[in-house]
Design a protein around this ligand. Structure first.
Ligand code: ZN
Length: 141
């Protein structure tokens, strides 16, 4: 399996290719593109399927790595986290559980009522693609 550095490089190269394709097909909504790029980079650096071991992405969480400890201990390395469907679902589900208090805070305290479906879709795709690219890369290299 490739190192974290190789995974990061491949994900960044794929991001450039995806951006070129997005501009070629005429996607020019700056808010959506920026949201996609930010979530894609966040997923590249923090949402690796290798969160099931003491990997660099796991360590990047710093003191918050404790939030991924149950995931790391419950998931066998190379198992469900590296499955093309169950992997991203398990990672995003754990992330959702982590972010749930912040989402409740944003809704109740800050009064944020809703986020557009388009933005949510772009965030999900931005998180999914790097995870899928990682899984495919692990299978190829
Ligand atoms: Zn991996």
């Amino acid at each position: 399996m490739p190192s974290d550095k190789i995974h990061t490089k491949i994900n960044c190269i794929m991001l450039l290719i995806i951006l070129i394709i997005m501009f070629m097909v005429g996607l020019k909504d700056v808010q959506l593109v920026i949201t996609f790029v930010l979530t894609y980079l966040f997923a590249t650096y923090f949402l690796s399927p290798d969160l099931d071991i003491d990997s660099t992405p796991y360590k990047r969480w710093g003191v918050f790595r404790v939030l991924w400890y149950p995931y790391k201990t419950l998931i066998k390395h190379g198992g469900i986290s590296h499955h093309p469907i169950a992997g991203p679902i398990s990672i995003l589900l754990n992330l959702f559980i982590i972010l749930l208090p912040l989402l409740v805070f944003a809704k109740v305290i800050l009064g944020i009522q809703s986020i557009s479906t388009e933005i949510v879709g772009v965030i999900v795709i931005g998180c999914l693609l790097p995870i899928e690219i990682h899984i495919i890369t692990d299978k190829i290299l």
